[in-house]
Every structure is written in structure tokens, then in C-alpha cells.
Design a protein around this ligand. Sequence first.
Ligand code: UDP
Length: 388
Amino acid sequence: MTRNSSSHVLIVGAGFSGAVLARELAEKAGISSLVIDQRDHIGGNCHTARDHETGVMEHVYGPHIFNTSNKEVWDYVQRFCTMGPYINRVKANIDRGVFSMPINLHTINQFFGKRLNPSEARAFVGSLGDQTIKEPANFEEQALKFLGRDLYEAFFYGYTKKQWGCEPRELPAAILKRLPVRFNYDDNYYSSKYQGIPQEGYTALIESIFDHPMIEVKLNTPFERTMQSEFSHTFFTGPIDEYFGFSEGRLGYRTVFWEKKTTEGDFQGNAVINYPSMDVSHTRIHEHKHFAPWEEHEKTIVFTEFSKETGAEDIPYYPKRLDRDKGLLLRYRALAEELNGISFLGRLATYRYMDMHHVIGEALEYSKAWIQCNQAETKPPVFPNQES
Ligand code: UDP
């Protein structure tokens, strides 16, 4: 591929969106890019680094477990890293004991003191569900319809209220649909075909995606709109409300934060234990060395996770997407559509609850569409093809 010297693009943000886009533009269209990030590291919130004291690979902004059923995305990441074998098996610690999450046959039998087989359990849980709810309109109705009140209150109500800072009936049903309910003993947290964690961490993986002569990465470099004039196109992967100087107001996010401690040995015997009860203020505890079962460490680092509303100085994590936010988002999208020479991509720029595999899949799709438009000299879509 020969270099297209008329195109030198700016990519704002060195997370997965920016990395995949830069690499695709370089490899598929010979387009060079400058990738800037205001932080002092690449990888966005997927950033990993070895903890100095213990040598444990730390997921600095919270644990990330790669899982996807999209073979193209799985093959893509494996070009750039060796995936370590990791299956997420979460436990939930409540007053009555320690249970398996997501809800599966073990959880059901243990919680109700029964020995049901799969079809009996399906019928039993079905009988607990509120059948007067036809089309669940929110998180709570989704839970009550498919699980009934006891399981909902034990495992979901408190966790969700702590995590999102509002009543579960104010949240979309889609959030609960992320979790499977199983009538067998499969306790894999995800139902995806492929799952793992990069053996050398996410930052090494993203560094390897950036490792191309047509890509330059500059850290500690905040974006300013005046920069755009020096480039043929800008790809913005930061928060869309920030791009417009919050002119319409701030989009709502939840942020998470941790209390970190270092101790000897094995703290909890598992990578993730959830605490759904309202009696404790944290939502879950992560023990990072268990995310790398192929490594051995004598010491251990433990992150106790809390959640709160995102203030101006906090890192935005989870888009809340309440009705007010959706109205704001439409206004920002309309402002963006009027612009030329810019695209908005990724979790923060499209304000959606996206996992890593969604981000990578969308960056691969979008770069294809963008390259086609660029070659045909037509205006590329400002946003990826998405549900808004
Ligand atoms: N959830 C819950 N109890 C749990 C685990 C999850 O109530 O033990 C709810 C909670 O509202 C959470 C949602 O299910 O936000 C989706 O969970 P997931 O594990 O996908 O959240 P993430 O890992 O993205 O934080």
C-alpha cells in the first residue's frame, strides 16, 4: 500500500477505538495519523501496568475481561497479543452465604434449598416470575418478570442501586439483559464464544496495534479544536459533550473508584466477588492476580469498588442514558451532524455502554465505511452505524 500523502488525520484518544482506527487507516488506505491523548499512557480505561510492589498485572481503571462471539474481532486481537486463558466466574456474597453469579442452577438450588434439575428449575423460576408484566419497561420489571422478587431483591436490587445511584425501575431493561440466567451449572459470567485476557496486559496489546510506521502517538497532549485545521480529518473518541464545551449540558455518567490494598497470599480466592447487599457500601471486590491464572505471585493486590455520580474532575465510566441524557445526546448528535471533517467514535463519543469487543468491531466496520467514502470523495458518516 502506498502512502496517501494528501491525508494526514488526527485521532483524539489512544484507547481501542483510536488504535484500531489508526491501524486500519494505515494498513488499508495508506493514511498516516497522529494520535493524541491527554493521559500519560495509551489504552484509555483498559490500561494495565505491573504493580511495583507485588509484580501483579493491575487493571488500573478496573478489570477488563475480553469476551466476544465475533470471530473477526477475536482474530483481530490475536494478531497483536497472546490471549491468556481466563473464564470469569463471579461469586455474590450476601447475608445468607456465598452464591454463584450469574444466576444458574447452582444459585437456584442453593438459594431455595432444593435439588432441582434443569427443567424443574426452569418451571420453578417461571412460577416465581410476575406474569402480569407483559413487556418489561425497565430493569426492575425485567427482573420481576423473569426471576421473581426474592432473587431480584437478594442479588440485583441493592447492587444496582449502589452501582447506578438510582432506583432500578428508572433504568432500562437492557442493563439486566447483559446477564444470562441459566438452568444448568454453567457459571461462566459471559455467554460469548471466545474469552481471555492478554497475557502481557491490554496496554501491551494496544501498543502493538499502534506499532506501525504511519502512526505517531503523542501523550500528555490535550485536544484543542484549533488543532483540527492541520489535518484532513479528525476522529474524536472523547466525550461528545466535552467536544462541544458542554454547551447543551453534561451527559450523566456513573464513575467507579477503588480502595486498593496489598497483602500476602490469597485474599478472597477469586478474581471478582460481588456484594449486592445495601448493608455494605461497596459493590464488588477484585483481586487482580486471579485475572492472570498463568502467573504466580506471593503477594496480592485487592481493589474494593465503589460507585458515585461523575463530577467535573472524575473519569466518566458508565453512560446513564436516562431520559434527560437521551434528549441531550440527540442535541449533541444534531450539532455533530452539521460539521465536516470530523467523526465521533467509541463509548464516550457515542455515549453508549460498550464493551471492548463492541468498540473494536465498530472501529473495524467504521474504518471500512470511512475509507470508501474518502476514496469516493463523499462525506463520510459522522457517527458509526449504530442504534442511538
Ligand atoms: N448486577 C447486579 N448484581 C450483580 C451483578 C450485576 O445487580 O451481582 C446488575 C447491575 O445493575 C449491573 C448490571 O447488572 O450494572 C450489568 O452487570 P455487568 O456485570 O455487565 O456490569 P459491568 O461489569 O459492566 O460493570
